[in-house]
Design a protein around this ligand. Structure first.
Ligand code: PEP
Ligand code: MG
Length: 593
């Protein structure tokens, strides 16, 4: 055991906040009971019995998953329970199971050995993919494999823990998260995983505080260690000191009281006290997030990052596949609107065919790729159009730099509509279109852009990096990535005014939209829509409900005359404390995408 831990010294680990809340309790370090698989040779007459063992195990695994699925459905709703349908489908995959049986017969090897070998092939392919999402799905496949093998070996399923605990694990499969939730689980901390891991999505739905991406939690912590996790800020404390506990209890209290009051506003529309309506919507990437976003009181989806569909694929999905995916999202969000942003590949994001570039952020990104690959663009546009029959779908183009790009994109949209007309397929003929403002050139030309489209959405994550020449992912220059830099604020104000001059509504979907410190300022500048991470949505709504646009305007005027980021932050925090005195601001960790 680590000397520092045995000495009771406090150790602080920093990861990613995945589900809000604070938890204290003893650690339970969960290492998956990975079944040991030994290779055994069979005689030909043993084969039928072996195949029967496999089939029985498969049926038992199916029964387990059906039970978990039903439990998840009741506890989390149909959308979130879909994760288990995917696992049940792997079990029911006749080609996969047929191949396993054939190999047992052909190679005369035991069932668990062939199952492990065959399913591991899939897993290796998934893990070789360069992105996080696919790695998450590889864990799901792993879960199914272990479930079959455990049943072949007739081992019992872990299901009960003694007393309350905080689960520390390398990673959790969705099924683990659900099974654990039947126990007295106070929180989760995982070495791996991102905020989009299904375990993170589920813990948010289950309202269990969680931190992910902790890297060394399982190697640092032992079962029984005293732990505190801060699911608001992404911290884990081993042997927290009295001061830490006191500070966390205070923070928990502030957030709890605040969150309790937020429940009452879930059904309210986001209007200022002097009736300026702000469209408050959610940024999402996966259909599974819709249920949570809706429960947070969203007015719709202001940014659906469609490139999430490319994760783990060697190619682009077909029009049909895309249509099915977009339709599920449009139906899930209905009657509210959803803005589908066309594939934003390149830069920091994956792309099935991205070339190696010296400066990817200045390279083949977003609309540039789509205009160079019109067939691919048309397929996506047709997929989106087909999902628009209920008239709640909008289209947005990313990384636009010139007016010509917008015109070319519009021409292709027209062609996609004609293609559908000739196939007799219906769609929303008046579908609204918009562009992201995330490049300085686009901000400067915002008025000309606005004349071409229905709405502008400011993508501050990229806009700030291009405007201030600061890489959004580079820690070394993180302190220069300033969302309240006067250059950024003036740019935002100019874009809003330019849009309004040409009758376009102007929203913001970068992370800045979800920072409560920025809300008064943005409302004062005249923003029409804020699209934010679902988790912060009630807080932003609370700020909007607590202010008058008239006052916010004065705040904006004052801020626009200021000269530096820190001064502006301090002023805005005094404003927000005055308007929403109980807001639990975490000032040391705002900013940055
Ligand atoms: C942005 O750049 O602000 C944005 C919302 O897009 P992304 O973070 O997907 O690049
Ligand atoms: Mg962007």
């Amino acid at each position: 055991m680590d000397d520092a831990i045995s000495a009771g010294q406090e150790i602080i680990l920093k990861g990613i906040a995945a589900a809000p809340g604070i938890a204290f309790g003893p650690a339970y370090v969960y290492s998956k009971q990975v079944p040991v698989v030994r290779e055994k040779s069979l005689t030909p007459d043993e084969v039928p019995v072996e195949i029967q063992r496999l089939r029985t195990a498969n049926a038992r695994a199916d029964k387990e998953l059906q039970k978990i699925h039903a439990f998840a459905e009741q506890k989390l709703g149909a959308q979130n329970a879909k994760i288990f349908e995917a696992q049940i489908m792997i079990l029911a995959d006749e080609i996969l199971m047929g191949e396993i049986e054939k190999r047992i017969t052909r190679e005369l090897k035991n069932a668990e050995f062939i199952v492990a070998d065959e399913i591991s092939k899939y897993k290796r392919l998934m893990l070789a993919a360069p992105d996080e999402y696919m790695h998450e799905r590889a864990h799901d496949v792993d879960d199914v494999m272990n479930r079959i093998i455990r049943n072949i070996q007739d081992q019992k399923l872990f299901s009960r823990l003694e007393g309350e605990s905080i689960i520390i694990s390398e990673n959790l499969a969705p099924a683990d998260t659900v099974i654990f939730s039947r126990n007295q689980i106070l929180g989760y901390a995982m070495d791996l995983g991102g905020v989009t891991s299904h375990a993170a999505i589920l813990s948010r739905s289950l309202k269990i505080p969680a931190v992910v991406g902790m890297r060394t939690a399982t190697t640092t912590i032992r079962t029984g260690d005293s732990i505190a996790i801060d699911g608001y800020a992404g911290f884990l404390f081993v042997n927290p000191t009295e001061d830490t506990v006191r500070a966390l209890v205070r923070k928990q209290q502030r957030f709890r009281e605040f969150e309790e009051r937020l429940v009452d506003i879930a059904d309210l529309t986001a209007d200022t006290q002097d009736r300026k309506h702000i469209e408050l919507s959610a940024n999402i990437e996966f259909v599974e997030e819709i249920a949570f976003a809706r429960s947070q009181g969203t007015a719709g989806v202001g940014l659906f990052r469609t490139e999430s569909q490319l994760i783990g694929r060697p190619d682009y999905p077909s029009e049909e596949e895309q249509y099915t995916a977009y339709k599920a999202v449009a139906d899930g969000v209905f009657p509210h609107p959803v803005i589908f942003r066309t594939f934003d590949v390149g830069g920091d994001k994956l792309s099935p065919d991205s070339p190696h570039e010296a400066n990817p952020f200045l390279g083949w990104r977003g609309i540039r790729v789509l205009l160079d690959r019109p067939e691919l663009f048309l397929e996506q546009l047709r997929g989106i159009l087909r999902a628009s029959t209920q008239k709640n779908v909008r289209i947005m183009f990313p990384m636009v730099t010139t007016v010509q790009e917008i015109r070319q994109a519009k021409d292709l949209l027209l062609q996609a509509k004609k293609d559908l007309d000739s196939r007799g397929i219906s769609y929303d003929k008046g579908i609204k279109i918009g562009v992201m403002i995330e490049v300085p050139a686009a901000a400067i030309l915002a008025e000309q852009f606005a004349a071409e489209i229905d709405f502008l959405s400011i993508g501050t994550n990229d806009l700030i990096q291009y405007l201030l020449a600061v890489d959004r992912d580079n820690n070394a220059v993180a302190s220069l990535y300033q969302q309240f830099n006067p250059a950024v604020l003036r740019t935002i104000k100019n874009v809003i005014d330019a849009g309004h001059k040409r009758g376009a509504w102007v929203g913001m979907c970068g992370e800045m939209a979800g920072d409560p410190l920025a809300t008064v300022l943005l409302v004062g500048m005249g923003i029409d829509e804020l699209s934010v991470a679902p988790i912060v949505l009630p807080e932003i709504k609370k700020v909007i409900l607590s202010i008058r646009q008239k006052d916010a305007k004065r705040v904006a005027e004052k801020v626009l005359a200021m000269t530096h980021d820190q001064e502006i932050r301090e002023y805005l925090s005094s404003v927000i404390r005055n308007k929403v005195p109980d807001i639990p601001l975490d000032l040391d960790q705002t900013t940055g995408p």
